[in-house]
Design a binder for this molecule. Structure first.
Ligand SMILES: *Cc1c(COP(=O)(O)O)cnc(C)c1O
Length: 245
């Protein structure tokens, strides 16, 4: 990219980031929460590593990706430009078991764990990565809850949550960190996020440290913050419309 193009993109990203931060601040204040209690995960999927570098320069330290192969390549490019080991990469998309090993090397947190088989594969990968020195901390795991009970769309049904949570909590290499949920298409947003929040309360009766609630995206973050989100995953609101793959 030319210097002018880079500067123009930097300005665009700075505007997007400021707009989202201001929405988050307003949403938090409107319900009496501290803006700093809601983390912003910038979702860079479909966008190049150069955008993540610009976002880093603008203060972002956590990025979300949804496909293993794309993430893997992007992170390598990013690390050549930004050798900061504190930057977090989060896996937020549906994950096949055969990608678990690779993801467990680079991911700080996986938001989309919805089966014991996937959790087992991640535990094996994370344990190996810890032993090899490829990672220093256990892999944080959020359980993705199905908010409409339709397992085709990903997520563990609410009635399977306890068993899966216990398995993840007991697994070597994993740290049970909380829940993630996406409201079903056409669902009432407040109802969906309220359900997720209630499941979070139930989860913490058995696992008090699992405090993360990954909820809210560009279109619905105000609703999610109102219902206790601790991490919003925002792509288009910061980076603009996604380029076609
Ligand atoms: C792509 C994606 C996002 C970001 O969505 P935007 O509408 O662009 O903010 C958030 N969460 C998940 C699981 C995603 O796949």
């Amino acid at each position: 990219m030319s210097e002018a193009a880079t500067q123009a993109r930097r300005d665009e990203l700075a505007r997007g980031l400021a707009a989202v931060r201001s929405r988050l601040d307003d949403a938090a204040r409107a319900c009496g929460r501290e803006p700093s209690d809601v983390g912003l995960l910038t979702v860079t999927k479909f966008f190049p590593a150069s955008d993540a570098v610009l976002l880093y320069e603008l203060g972002c330290r956590a990025f979300g990706e949804s496909r293993e192969q794309e993430a893997h390549t992007k992170i390598e490019q990013f690390r050549e430009a930004v050798p900061d080991p504190t930057v977090q990469w989060h896996m937020i998309g549906r994950l096949q078991r055969n990608k678990a090993r690779s993801v467990s090397r680079w991911a700080h947190t996986v938001h989309s764990v919805d089966s014991a088989r996937l959790a087992g594969a991640l535990a094996a990968g994370a344990t190996a990565a810890l032993a090899a020195g490829d990672r220093a901390e256990p892999l944080r795991v959020l359980l993705q809850v199905s908010l409409d009970g339709d397992p085709q769309r990903g997520g563990v049904p609410a009635d399977g949550l306890d068993v899966l949570a216990d398995e993840v909590a007991a697994a070597d290499g994993l740290e049970l960190a909380g829940l993630m949920g996406v409201p079903p298409l056409g669902a009432d947003l407040d109802e969906s996020f309220e359900t997720l929040a209630e499941l979070g309360v139930q989860l913490r009766q058995r696992h008090p440290a699992a405090r993360e609630l990954s909820a809210g995206m560009s279109g619905d973050l105000e609703h999610a913050v109102r219902h206790g989100s601790t991490c919003v995953r925002v792509g288009t609101g910061v980076l603009g419309p996604r380029p076609l793959a």
